[in-house]
Write a protein that binds this ligand. Structure first.
Ligand code: BDR
Ligand code: CA
Length: 313
């Protein structure tokens, strides 16, 4: 059994990642914690609650956390994922309501309850985790592995030329979390373009599944697909990228990781044009010990097989 906590700004591909956690054999999601990012805290919480309902997993607790980054203003991405973050589907409100405990406190509590066992999937700005660390600096010793979707390996930014969205929204939090001593696997944006993008053609087997879950997946991702095709930030990609769900899939099936390297990774918090840039010291020039395993290549075909299995339910 693999125990997970998913920290998410639920919109678009966050949803698919949550579905993997909820429905994959031998996976148990102990909690979902919410951070403002793609949208405000309330909408991201509603999207997570609705996803639980669709998956038939209502009852798993959803804890809202940070409503803004540690420093500065919240930047959102409704222009990528739709006004509701769910491809403008405007789903009804789920029956289950969010918990009252603050997400960072929930992270600390669960890390203690499942010390040495809990894996965290961080697929949002890292604000909740930075706040959890402030509450309990020994957190890195208790968490089994921290999977971070964020940053870039080669400066292929998606919100600025230099920065990936999750790190850009809260660079200070990203820096604190990377330096804290967690056993980190970093799944950078470049990877979701090289190995996590499914083109229209590659999506065919999913489009033809026509199950409730595959229809849900397509509805949630349709605005992002159009964005990818038509907006410079989307890179002119005719398809759906899977940054969060590829990260979750690698946690579920580590054989998906084809190539990874341990590096020292830091985050630029000040740069005039490079705020949020993840600095990967590939040559070890800084002489700092590695703090992350950076994933360079993943098995795209195996990932797609997993997705077909998930959505074919
Ligand atoms: C990240 O930003 C969000 O929009 C995605 O869900 C992913 O976590 C990619 O930069
Ligand atoms: Ca996300």
């Amino acid at each position: 059994l693999q125990r997970f906590l998913i920290d998410t700004d639920t919109a678009g591909d966050d949803v698919t990642s949550i579905l993997f956690g909820l429905l994959w054999p031998n996976s148990r999601v102990e909690a979902i914690t919410i951070c403002a990012g793609n949208l405000d805290l309330e909408q991201c919480s509603e999207n997570a609650l609705y996803t639980l309902e669709v998956a038939g997993k209502a009852g798993i607790p959803v804890y809202p956390g940070a409503s803004k980054p540690l420093v500065g203003k919240l930047v959102t991405a409704a222009y990528v994922h739709g006004e509701d973050g769910m491809g403008n589907s405007f789903f009804p409100k789920a029956k289950q309501r969010p918990e009252s405990l603050f997400a960072p406190a929930a992270i600390v509590e669960l890390a203690n309850r499942y010390a040495g066992e809990l894996q965290i999937i961080a697929q949002a700005p890292l604000t909740n985790l930075a706040l959890a660390l402030a509450q309990d600096p020994t957190l890195p010793q208790k968490v089994k592995k921290l999977w971070i979707m964020g940053g870039t390996n080669n400066a292929l930014g998606n919100i600025t030329p230099a920065a990936e969205f999750n790190f850009y929204v809260d660079p200070e939090a990203a820096q604190i979390v990377l330096q804290a001593g967690f056993d980190v696997v970093l799944s950078p944006w470049d990877l979701s373009v090289s190995d996590g993008l499914l083109t229209q053609e590659e999506l065919e087997p999913i489009l033809s599944l026509d199950t409730p879950l595959s229809r849900f997946y397509l509805a949630v991702n349709r605005v992002a697909w159009e964005f990818n095709r038509s907006h410079p930030g989307g890179g002119g990609l005719n398809g759906i990228t899977h940054p969060d769900s590829l990260t979750m899939a690698m946690a579920l099936q580590p054989e998906l990781i084809r190539e990874s390297r341990r590096h020292y990774v830091d985050v630029e918090c000040r740069g005039e044009r490079t705020r949020g840039y993840s600095l990967v010291d590939r040559l070890g020039i800084m002489g700092q010990p590695a703090n992350a395993e950076v994933v360079l290549r993943a098995d795209k075909l195996a990932f797609r097989e997993m997705l077909i299995k998930l959505l074919g339910h």
